[in-house]
Design a protein around this ligand. Structure first.
Ligand code: SF4
Length: 313
């Protein structure tokens, strides 16, 4: 058996920053530390922090007054920030800067009177946060069918934005439908689908035709991980999303000679290493690293955390 190991894969700069933020906040304020929503969408990351004394909450009302709360990498709406402020909470904002960029675009276009078509998945934490920046101006568009049902006119100033972790192919189909129906629609100033999503998808699209099977390490609620399985499948290579090696079904590997192995942007690399060890031990697999795009992105820790650290000295 051969393992085609995709590069880049796994942690992106936003996830590294968000995880480092929680680790650092724990050092400064200690447990209990509250995190609004999963810091990143990965079960193993969340479970490690729970063991260290982090409490993950779905509403700000669950955070005690005057406690410290970290906002996840997916971003939050102004309403969440306001409610945390009213409770006297110390806020640490670990929103990925590339998500913040989309928030800023939404605010700016709404102020300029645009109606905003947000291409994304309704209910995803990131989309909920972005919509909260300009709820009266934003319409979520999930499919070409949604576009067909839109009733804007040529007199409406329209712009589209996208969730950062969409499939580029799926987004392009929807954007094409938007442009066909509303030729006057304005494009965003730059791509909203982030570099990490783009690069991981490109790697799978490029390598999948050489593999019989694709294994993606990531959690089921990780949007970018799910997209990787879809891209492999659309290339003709069946794909499975696993949280870790224990979820691999040996039946998947019957008659399989070449496995493409990758990981979503929130999946720790030690989980990938464990799968490599398993395939080596059980199937005599040899490793063949495939590199498609070099990455050197890095995000600073949030300013709110640096201020907290300085005040604690
Ligand atoms: S996947 Fe992209 S937008 Fe999301 S945290 Fe990573 S770099 Fe930021």
């Amino acid at each position: 058996m051969r393992i085609l190991l995709a590069n880049p894969r796994g942690f992106c700069a936003g996830v590294i920053m968000a995880i480092d933020t929680v680790d650092e906040a724990l050092k400064i304020v200690g447990p209990p530390l509250y995190v609004y929503h999963e810091i990143v969408h990965n079960r193993h990351v969340v479970e490690r922090f729970v063991k260290l004394g982090v409490t993950f909450v779905d509403t700000i009302d669950e955070v005690p007054e005057n406690a410290t709360v970290v906002f996840s990498a997916h971003g939050v709406s102004p309403d969440v920030r306001n409610r945390a402020k009213q409770r006297g909470c110390t806020m640490i904002d670990a929103t990925c800067p590339l998500v913040t960029k989309v928030h800023m675009e939404a605010i700016r276009y709404a102020r300029q009177g645009y109606k905003i078509l947000l291409v994304g998945h309704a209910g995803h934490d990131e989309v909920v946060g972005t919509v909260g920046e300009a709820p009266d101006a934003i319409t979520i568009v999930e499919s070409p069918d949604d576009v067909a049902n839109l009733s804007f006119t040529d007199d409406d100033a329209l712009v589209y934005l996208t969730q950062t972790t969409l499939s580029m192919d799926d987004a392009n189909v929807i954007i094409s439908a938007i442009k066909a129906k509303f030729p006057h629609v304005k494009e965003p100033p730059s791509d909203d689908i982030c570099y990490a999503t783009t690069n991981r998808q490109h790697a799978v699209r490029y390598i999948a035709p050489d593999a019989d099977l694709c294994i993606v390490v990531g959690s089921k609620n990780s949007s970018n991980s799910v997209r990787l399985t879809e891209i492999s499948a659309s290339s003709g290579t069946p794909a499975h999303l696993v949280d870790d090696v224990s979820e691999i079904d040996p039946a998947w590997l019957e008659g399989v000679d070449t496995v493409l192995l990758t990981a979503g942007a929130s999946a720790p690399d030690h989980l990938v290493e464990e799968i490599i060890d398993f395939l080596r031990t059980e199937y005599g697999a040899v490793l063949d690293e495939r590199h498609t795009t070099a990455e050197d992105m890095h995000f600073e820790l949030p300013r709110s955390l640096r201020v907290l650290r300085e005040s604690a000295v």
